[in-house]
Design a protein around this ligand. Structure first.
Ligand SMILES: Cc1cc2nc3c(=O)[nH]c(=O)nc-3n(C[C@H](O)[C@H](O)[C@H](O)COP(=O)(O)OP(=O)(O)OC[C@H]3O[C@@H](n4cnc5c(N)ncnc54)[C@H](O)[C@@H]3O)c2cc1C
Length: 334
């Protein structure tokens, strides 16, 4: 394990916002796991925060008087079965590298999640989803260090309370389980059922009829590249707000107001765009003109400015449509 002191959080997260962390622990091997609590105690550190690539995280300007624990383990193992492949993947592996491994083996299940920035260890935390797939349907087991008992545990997918952008890891058990390895079981073959509208449109526009996993994952990357910022060059946390889910009883009202919806799901990007906010800049943060759900950090360097920008955007949408927006990314120490 590598332990570093006084590290700028803004350099660890894709939004590039956040003060200084007292410690950063980099976990490089499973043999480091039993020592994490010991090293925290030795430094009298009472608070910790698990971090992957920081693609869904930032911190306040006052930073974090604790330890940020980063998973740097990077192994991928696979075992062929008759109709499926079982992948056992270290939490520090880049998510898209893992997707490429699965499509190379002609497996379906995560090809529509291609191109999502981040690590495998963070994927279950908010149950990443895109283009009609969610990671919860591909996960069979999660291996974690339980910070309460200091023991390694195995959690089955049905113990994780997965739903839209939700799991035990970002709710009831936040900060408890350090995910060091995830097991996925993926079927060999092609995706079944209807494809997500914008993905199908891309395939039609490009005369692509194949549904092979590598063809679909490349198509997803192309669609994403055309509208989402690449965190290597443009600071953002991707979708800044969660989509809104309404009760069945409210669907009639949505229709009366002319708000498009997929069942009970309202696309928050549409609400933001139709509040006249697309492309507008608030305190250095720009509402992306390609995907209104995305907030781009153009020139800001403080969390205070982010809070002000978010407050103005939320207020405008609430005044226009009556929906309170909920932030998707996590704030370290909050
Ligand atoms: C341009 C862009 C596009 C995006 N598109 C999508 C999208 O289409 N769909 C989607 O769902 N998300 C999307 N995101 C959000 C982000 O990519 C995902 O949330 C991703 O899983 C974050 O991975 P990370 O390693 O960067 O996580 P981090 O931001 O480092 O952490 C995210 C959360 O996971 C926890 N965590 C991290 N590692 C561990 C671990 N080892 N053990 C336990 N908890 C851990 C953290 O504490 C935090 O709560 C996008 C982000 C960007 C910047």
């Amino acid at each position: 394990m590598i332990i570093r002191e006084n590290i700028k959080i803004s350099e660890l997260v894709t939004m590039r916002i956040g003060g200084v962390a007292r410690y950063v622990f980099e976990i490089e091997d499973e043999s480091d796991l039993p020592n994490i609590l010991e090293e925290l105690n030795a430094r009298n550190v009472k608070e910790w925060y698990f971090l992957g690539c920081g693609a869904n995280t930032f911190a306040t300007d006052s930073g974090f008087d604790g330890a940020i624990i980063i998973n740097k383990m990077k192994g991928i193992k696979s075992e062929e079965k008759d109709d499926s492949v079982v992948f056992t993947v270290d939490g520090g592996v880049d998510w898209d590298d893992f997707v490429r491994e699965t499509t190379l083996k002609n497996c379906t299940g995560v090809e529509c999640l291609a191109g999502i920035p981040g690590t495998v260890g963070a994927a279950p935390v908010q149950n990443i989803g895109a283009y009609g797939q969610e990671v919860k349907n591909a996960i069979s087991r999660i291996f974690a260090l339980d910070m309460e008992s200091n023991e390694t545990v195995e959690l089955k997918a049905d113990e994780c309370d997965f739903s839209y952008r939700h799991s035990i890891f970002n709710s009831t058990s936040r900060g408890r389980y350090f995910i060091y390895k995830v097991e996925f079981e993926l079927r060999k073959g092609e995706i079944e059922g209807e494809l997500y509208g914008s993905l199908q449109k891309y395939l039609d526009d490009n005369n692509i009829t194949s549904r092979e996993p590598n063809v679909l994952s490349d198509a997803v990357r192309a669609v994403r590249d055309s509208k989402l910022p690449d965190p290597k060059y443009i600071a953002s946390s991707g979708s800044f707000f969660k989509n809104v889910y309404v009760d069945e009883s409210e669907i009639e009202k949505l229709d009366e107001m002319g708000i498009p919806h997929h069942g009970t799901k309202v696309n928050t990007g549409w609400l933001i765009e139709n509040s006249g906010l697309k492309g507008k800049v608030f305190y250095g943060f720009k509402v992306s003109d390609k995907a209104s759900l995305v907030l781009i950090n153009e020139s800001a360097d403080s969390y205070e400015d982010l809070e002000k920008a978010v407050s103005e955007i939320s207020k405008t949408v609430e005044e226009k449509f009556g929906f309170k927006l909920e932030q998707e990314p996590n704030v370290i120490g909050k």
